[in-house]
Structures are given as structure tokens and as C-alpha cells.
Write a protein that binds this ligand. Sequence first.
Ligand code: IMP
Ligand code: MG
Length: 177
Amino acid sequence: MKEDIERVLLTEEEIQKKVQEIGEKISADFADKNPIFVGVLKGCFVFMADLMRCVTIPCTMDFMAVSSYSGTNSTGAVKINKDLNQDIGGRHIILVEDILDSGVTLNYLKNYLMVSKPASVSIVTLLDKPARRRADIHADYSCFVVPDAFVVGYGLDYNEHYRNLPYIGILKPEVYS
Ligand code: IMP
Ligand code: MG
């Protein structure tokens, strides 16, 4: 697995430090708002597990599963494979994503959730790759801005692999070309 990584972009220590910071910020901003953290599966699972342990306010969690990607290229189409099973009307929603790339997925999800009239929808993303943005969407909380390279680890995959790497690494192009 390690031999497929060109270089480590973010170490475990760097990630933990930043996740702690963002957790504190969200805790301050949403104190007394009892937000629902909605993880976007599967990529969010490692980040969300760490983030939630840095959030110190009352909150609940739920998950959605979407697919929009095959390999390294977005198909542009978003499909909801698992929806929320609770009423979110009047509630504060915090979407938790692994990476904001073209923005198509989060833009679609945000609009989809808005239909149920929540009090607010905020976005927290581990990584932000602004170079490839196509949708008019931004993250309210972003841990790291990353260059236009395909990255894996800490929940992020290439064809379902590498999610279990504890750091974020740039995948060698020959692996996917
Ligand atoms: P978007 O709709 O283009 O913003 O795509 C978001 C989704 O694409 C993320 O949740 C990831 O699953 C996937 N994705 C985008 N860039 C990368 C990357 O560099 N590595 C792994 N997955 C990525
Ligand atoms: Mg994903």
C-alpha cells in the first residue's frame, strides 16, 4: 500500500492538531444549538470519528451515503444511496465531508436538505481542493487546502482502497493511469 504513495501530504500529527482546532471552533459556534452532524459516507468516517471527539457540546449524528465518483473522475451525477431517517425541520445541520473537489456532491446535498427546511446547513470538510471547483459552494470550516493531485488515506479512497492509511498521501499517477 505504502509503495503506491508518492509522498505524504499531511501527517497524522498535523491532521489531529487541525481537527482539534476545528472541533473547538464548531463547539463555540454551535453551543446551545444542538446540531446534527451528518457524515457523508464513506469518505467521512475517519475524519468524523476524530472530529466528534473534539466537539464538546450536545449534538447528534447521522449519516448519508452518496455516490458520484468512479475512479478519479466525477461522473457529475449524484445518487443518494442512504438518506436520513429523521425530520430535520428547524434543526441545525453540519455536513461532514472528506473533500470538497468539484463541489457537485455537496451542492446537490445542500440543496436536497434545504427542501426539508432546516434552521441552517453548514459544511465542514477535511480537505478543500479549490482548483477543480465547478459548483458555487464553499466550506464553512475546512481543515486543509490541498493542491490539484489525487490524494488518499484517512478515509479517502481510490477504488475503495487506501482508506485505512493513517495519513493523507498523494497517490502515484501510475497507479490510476
Ligand atoms: P465533488 O463532488 O467533486 O466535490 O467530489 C467529492 C467526492 O469526490 C469526495 O467525497 C471524494 O469521495 C471524491 N474525491 C474528490 N477528490 C478526491 C481525491 O483527491 N481523492 C479521493 N477522493 C476524491
Ligand atoms: Mg467520497
